[in-house]
Write a protein that binds this ligand. Structure first.
Ligand code: ACO
Length: 323
């Protein structure tokens, strides 16, 4: 049986750093409020003319290099983003073009903050169905462009960045000890669509619009929803929480991450948390965190890694991978 194994990771953060102290000069807020409520200390902000595709390209190149591959080896690009360069074409084809690729297929995945989990699950289906051999799975966002910088309840939470992994088909990894994506669960519930949305787009104002969120409501649903899919994926693949070596959650709020980890008995040492330095980078947060934890030597070959996210829609999901 074919498995999709992760062979490389990469990430990129824009140069400009915006601290909580910087934000306190823009809106009525404080470092203390932001740190206590969210765990965020600073975030990166894309420069003028620096778009989602540019961040994605740099993360993709780094992932290819770490996998020892080039664009010639890739036949699928799935790019998770809610902040595409243009309404269409997909940002994924912009990346394909900048990589100089003239073969294969590329498309965007729109599941907001759950986008990377959706993209991993989708690329895995293409690979295990024999429709693709090697995929670049990218999460890239420039949320700074859809924030209302006068709304302190949202503008303090988000940052820009990109992360990517190379996912490859392997026939040698079958069986319980085999590497690769072991299982995934995706969910959505559209009745919550107005709790976290952008108030623009071709079907409404015709402008790009701004992110709007009922933060308290999102928070209230978050832990229960992600716990359900983590439970679901664990039982699907026959693992228990103790089998998990690394918990790499979507980085939205430190309190959500901590509460989820506590529920499954995962100590801080098993939790990869980058929220303090990255903020919430939506679909980019998981691959950014993965790249940090792979490069600093925490995640290594054979480790079992639980990825999980929840976002606008609501959408949510979990993927478990033996690295
Ligand atoms: N600085 C100072 N005060 C603030 C700020 C701010 N930046 N923002 C809000 N406040 C005030 C509010 O006005 C409110 O004042 P009031 O009591 O006088 O009305 C008070 O602080 C408390 O506000 P709450 O909204 O109740 O604060 P809460 O503890 O719920 O924290 C937060 C807010 C951080 C947004 C939290 O609800 C949260 O993290 N929610 C989940 C959001 C999330 O994870 N979104 C992303 C998930 S999906 C995705 O990633 C796209």
């Amino acid at each position: 049986k074919t498995r999709s194994i992760v062979t490389g990771t990469g990430s990129f953060l824009p140069e400009r750093v915006l601290t909580n102290a910087d934000l306190a000069k823009i809106v009525e807020t404080s470092d203390e409020w932001i740190t206590q409520r969210t765990g965020i200390e600073e975030r990166h902000i894309a420069g003028e003319g620096e778009f989602t595709s540019h961040l994605a390209l740099k993360a993709a190149r780094a992932a290819l290099e770490s996998a020892g591959r080039t664009e010639a080896d890739i036949d699928l690009i799935v790019l998770a983003t809610a902040t595409p360069d243009n309404t269409f074409p997909a940002t994924a084809v912009a990346v394909q073009d900048m990589l100089g690729m003239h073969h294969g297929m590329a498309f965007d995945m729109q599941a907001v903050c759950s986008g990377f989990v959706y993209a991993m699950a989708t690329a895995d289906l293409f690979i295990t169905a024999g429709r693709a051999r090697r995929a670049l799975v990218i999460g890239a966002e420039t949320f700074s462009r859809i924030l209302d910088w006068q709304d302190r309840t949202t503008c303090v939470l988000f940052g820009d960045g990109a992360g990517a992994v190379v996912l490859e088909s392997s026939e040698e990894e079958d069986g319980p000890q085999g590497r690769g994506i072991l299982g995934s669960q995706l969910r959505s519930e559209g009745q919550h669509k107005s709790k976290l949305y952008v108030d623009g787009g071709p079907g409404s104002t015709g402008t790009v619009g701004h992110l709007r969120m009922e933060g308290r409501d999102v928070f209230r649903h978050a832990v229960g929803m992600v716990s359900d899919v983590i439970d679901g994926v664990l039982s699907e693949v026959g693992l228990t929480p103790d089998d998990i070596d690394w918990f790499v959650p979507h980085q939205a709020n430190k309190r959500i991450i901590d509460a989820t980890a506590r529920k499954f008995g995962w100590p801080d040492e098993k939790v990869v948390a980058t929220i303090a330095k990255h903020g919430n980078t939506s679909a980019a947060s998981i691959p950014l965190a993965l790249d940090v934890a792979c490069r600093d030597g925490r995640i290594s070959k054979g480790d079992i890694v639980m990825l999980e996210a929840m976002g606008g829609g609501f959408t949510w999901g979990a993927v478990v991978v033996r690295w």
